[in-house]
Every structure is written in C-alpha cells, then in structure tokens.
Design a protein around this ligand. Structure first.
Ligand code: AMP
Ligand code: ZN
Length: 116
C-alpha cells in the first residue's frame, strides 16, 4: 500500500527502532510511547485492521500473539504487559495497518477507565 506508514517501515522507506523481524512480522518501538515499554507488532502484509482478517490469517494472527509475551519478556517486562488492538475509527485506530500494541512498565499499568 503506497500511502501506508507501516508498509513504509516494512519496506525500509522510513526508519523505525526495530526490535524483531522475521519473514512475516516486524516489531518496533512506538514513536509516541504511552508507557516505558511500548512497541508494535505488525504483519509485513498490509492488512488494514482486524476487520479485514479471515481464516486465511489464522496462522499469522496466532504467530503475532505468541510473539507478544516473548518480546515483552525480552524488553524488560517479565511480570506482565498489556496488549491492545484498536480496530476501526470508533475503536480508536489511527494507522490502518493491523498492529498489536504491547505496553509495559515496572509499575502496575493504570486500570482501564470504566464506562459510566
Ligand atoms: P492506533 O491508534 O492503534 O492506530 O495506533 C497507532 C500508533 O502508531 C500510535 O501509538 C502512534 O504513536 C504509532 N506510530 C505512528 N507512526 C509511527 C512511526 N512512524 N513509528 C512508530 N510508531 C508510529
Ligand atoms: Zn500497510
């Protein structure tokens, strides 16, 4: 996808602090971290969001989720981390290339706000 910022990172057209790469997936630090550890796991393939996935993506999605705890541990979160996938405009998604946020801290992460 020509205008996708994460495809540009995959292609090396714009820089990122890469922390993991294999044939299907890369992980890199979020440019605007919301916690001391905050990185993104993305498929190299352009998939706009979780809405655009189907059974053919089962293996890829499983692989991404399995990497989350491994990379979290490696990056200094041995006792816990938070995974977030924002999906669609109302889900707060800003970059329309599927990504899993991994957030971690040496302190307990703030509890999610509850709806009134
Ligand atoms: P979301 O709201 O789930 O779509 O989150 C998009 C995330 O991508 C935000 O946390 C941004 O800080 C992050 N982001 C945007 N551009 C870049 C970039 N060039 N390198 C690293 N992270 C980025
Ligand atoms: Zn893309």
């Amino acid at each position: 996808m020509d205008n996708c910022i994460f495809c540009k990172i995959v292609n090396g057209d714009i820089p990122a602090e890469k922390i993991y790469e294999d044939g299907d997936i890369i992980a890199f630090n979020d440019i605007n971290p919301a916690a001391p550890v905050h990185f993104l796991l993305i498929p190299k393939l352009h998939i706009a969001s979780l809405y655009e996935t189907d059974e053919s993506d089962q293996c890829l999605l499983g692989k991404m989720l399995l990497l989350a705890p491994q990379l979290a541990k490696k990056l200094g979160c041995p006792d816990g981390f938070r995974t977030i996938i924002n999906t669609g405009h109302l889900g707060g998604q800003e970059v329309f290339h599927l990504h899993i946020h991994i957030l971690g801290s040496s302190e307990r992460l703030p509890v999610m706000n509850h709806h009134d």
